[in-house]
Design a protein around this ligand. Structure first.
Ligand code: ATP
Ligand code: MG
Length: 342
């Protein structure tokens, strides 16, 4: 057993809070940068339409969910007008055709179709902005989870800031690259939201559990219910705990590190943002994984499944060290980051 942390001085908390806020203002894109993303999208759409007449392109992921960095990739979903779904075979063919078409675009390079992944994509690099991106097909659930994340981000600005800090933290500590066996940004965001729902008093509600009437409305997409409460203007009326939590971002951040190192049992608990009652790995029959993160809509999808043993150790050590041993140093770590950035 380690000794409990010494009480934090008000000065320390103030500095920590400042650094957290700064982290957000340093990395958040402004309206101009968001506008550029829309322009790239429009340009790509009209270019793709030369080959695929009914193509419609839509941004999702961090370009839309409120947790984007200046350099975040462009996640684009393509559908063909009048076509509801597409089977895997057609998908792969279209991805290949799309790659051939994009290779002719003078503003792009490094076009790479990836047809073996669970979601086939074409990757590209946008030369003028230096942004990377990928286009997937009929990634409909991702559009809905993007909307869900955006709604949580809109409830309270602390949500946005904490998700940013978590992403910066994961990237800086090198525990945030899904292609190398770590967790994805999306998974980290779900971890932050889960913490904020479980906090007492909670910072955010469980939007999927709020509805008028007795039964939860059903909006089916790919066989999953994607309903959630999105009429945020009336949220205070529907959620009695609205505004009850008044902690600062700094306090919440330390709370988060403590939550995942002290309260949360990785073997037993599931990170699950669709219900307030704790779900266990036993309920899900998802045992022997290092961390179980349930997708809010696709309930068969465990975002922790791809985590390698090595990454899990890195992940845990990083959290643990930051939380219990170096909480003072940690503050400087962020300041350092801030100066590097300038
Ligand atoms: P970043 O700023 O790092 O790009 P991001 O939120 O865009 O963050 P990505 O990893 O690029 O995260 O994922 C983009 C979107 O794709 C997510 O918002 C989510 O909708 C969807 N997504 C990503 N990974 C998964 C996954 N493992 N399962 C389901 N959906 C996913
Ligand atoms: Mg992205």
């Amino acid at each position: 057993e380690l000794d409990p942390l010494p009480p934090l001085t008000p000065d320390f908390l103030r500095v920590l809070n400042r650094v957290c806020e700064q982290c957000y203002s340093d990395f958040a894109p402004d309206d101009l940068e968001n506008g550029v993303r829309e322009l790239i999208l429009q340009d790509l759409e009209s270019f793709v339409r030369r080959q695929f007449a009914g193509a419609r392109l839509q941004l999702f992921g961090s370009s839309k969910n409120g947790f984007g960095f200046r350099q975040s990739d462009l996640d684009i979903c393509m559908v063909l007008e009048g076509k509801e779904t597409m089977d895997d075979f057609d998908c792969i063919n279209i991805i290949k055709g799309l790659a051939r078409q994009l290779k002719k675009h003078p503003g792009l390079k490094n076009i790479l179709p990836i047809t073996t992944a669970k979601v086939p994509i074409v990757k590209f690099y946008h030369i003028r902005t230096g942004l990377e991106g990928d286009i997937s097909l009929y990634n409909t659930l991702a559009l809905h989870n993007t909307r869900l994340l955006a709604s949580y981000a809109a409830i309270d600005r602390r949500v946005k800031i904490l998700c940013y800090i978590m992403k910066v933290f994961a990237k800086m500590c090198d525990i945030g690259d899904a292609s190398r066996g770590s967790l994805s940004s999306y998974a980290y965001t779900l971890m932050v939201l889960f913490f904020l729902q479980q906090r007492n008093p909670p910072v955010i509600p469980v939007l999927q559990e709020i509805y008028d009437g007795k039964t939860k409305p059903e909006v089916l997409v790919d066989g999953w219910n994607v309903y959630f409460f999105d009429d945020l203007k009336t949220l205070p009326r529907h959620w009695p705990q609205y505004g009850k939590n008044t902690e600062t971002v700094g306090e919440l951040w330390l709370g988060l590190l403590r939550f995942y190192t002290e309260d949360f049992d990785f073997r037993e608990h599931v990170v699950c943002i669709r219900q307030h009652a704790r779900l266990t790995t036993f309920n899900k029959q998802w045992t022997s994984k290092y961390i179980v993160i349930e997708d809010p809509f696709d309930l068969n999808h465990n975002l922790g499944a791809g985590l390698s043993r090595r990454s899990m150790i890195n992940f845990y050590v990083t959290f643990f060290v930051n939380c219990t041993l170096l909480s003072q140093f940690f503050c400087f770590f962020f300041m350092f980051l801030h100066f590097c950035h300038q």
